[in-house]
Unconditional design. Structure first.
Length: 281
């Protein structure tokens, strides 16, 4: 055991704990031999050798944390360890698993985790785990080849042209919010709503929002100006995209053609940094 400990000395960087384990094994063997020598020297009965063995086993039990480093199977894949790993590696990981861990560590070091608000491209965000701070709705009423839009006076997008909409309350569905917000901002009540898009927006200041877009084929009521918006009808072919959020020109024409849209966007204030749009007919 002492000779083995000397061999392990060349691998001190990876086998320090196993060097201690071999020393403990050597000590237990030495202790057993000392006890046997004492038994023989004083002429005690042979059965007292079992007492000596019990003392060694009890001592080994006390020192078991030092001995647990010795194992015959890989701690990761459970395959039998080769001799080199068994003797000279505290990790008890076979060469294959050890190489795999090195590769994973290298990949993690090369690809630091990017927070959503730090991303400059939508591909850098894990949209499966991404969560919005707020959820809102937009409602486009289309009638006689005209669409109802608003000049927004307050809130996010102030000064831009948009569709009626706003945040969803905890007590209502997205469709109910679309009706309520349209009534509050324009005086019109949309009818025959159809869910047409889910839009996810990540802003570089940290704010994140998900928007549900609805299309209404008709509406009742009379237009009114409100403190939040100035509504107006405009031909679909004349929609003023240059006065709207930059992303609108990429997905709204597809929605008006009847396609369902899933969009992902990164914005720096009112400037679009990156986009991804998925279309489903």
């Amino acid at each position: 055991m002492l000779f083995l400990n000397i061999l392990q000395r060349r691998h001190s960087a990876t086998a320090q704990k196993k060097r201690v384990a071999t020393l403990v094994f050597a000590m237990l063997i030495l202790l057993f031999n000392i006890l046997l020598a004492l038994i023989l020297s004083v002429g005690l009965p042979q059965w007292t050798g079992f007492i000596a063995l019990a003392i060694v086993i009890f001592t080994g039990y006390i020192l078991r944390p030092k001995l647990r480093m010795v194992r015959f199977t890989c701690a990761s894949c459970k395959n039998r360890l080769d001799t080199s790993t068994f003797l000279y590696h505290d990790s008890n990981i076979c060469p294959t698993c050890r190489e795999k861990q090195k590769q994973e560590q290298a990949e993690q070091e090369q690809e630091p985790v990017i927070e959503p608000h730090q991303a400059q491209d939508v591909s850098e965000i894990d949209w499966e785990t991404w969560e919005p701070d707020e959820t809102a709705v937009l409602c486009y009423i289309v009638r006689d080849n005209h669409v109802l839009l608003i000049n927004k006076k307050t809130g996010l997008g102030k000064g831009l042209v948009n569709a009626p909409g706003g945040r969803i309350l905890d007590t209502e569905t997205a469709a109910e919010a679309a009706v309520r917000e349209t009534q509050e901002e324009t005086g019109m009540t949309p009818q025959q709503l159809k869910h047409m898009a889910i839009l996810n927006f990540q802003f570089t200041d940290g704010y994140a929002m998900r928007g549900h877009v609805f299309l209404a084929s008709d509406a009742s009521g009379e237009l009114i100006n409100t403190s939040e918006a100035e509504p107006f009808w405009v031909p679909v072919v004349d929609i003023p995209y240059k006065s709207m959020w930059e992303d609108d020109s990429y997905w709204l024409p597809q929605v008006l053609e009847g396609n369902f849209i899933e969009g992902r966007f990164i914005f720096d204030e009112k400037t679009m940094v990156s986009k991804e749009i998925l279309t489903k007919e």
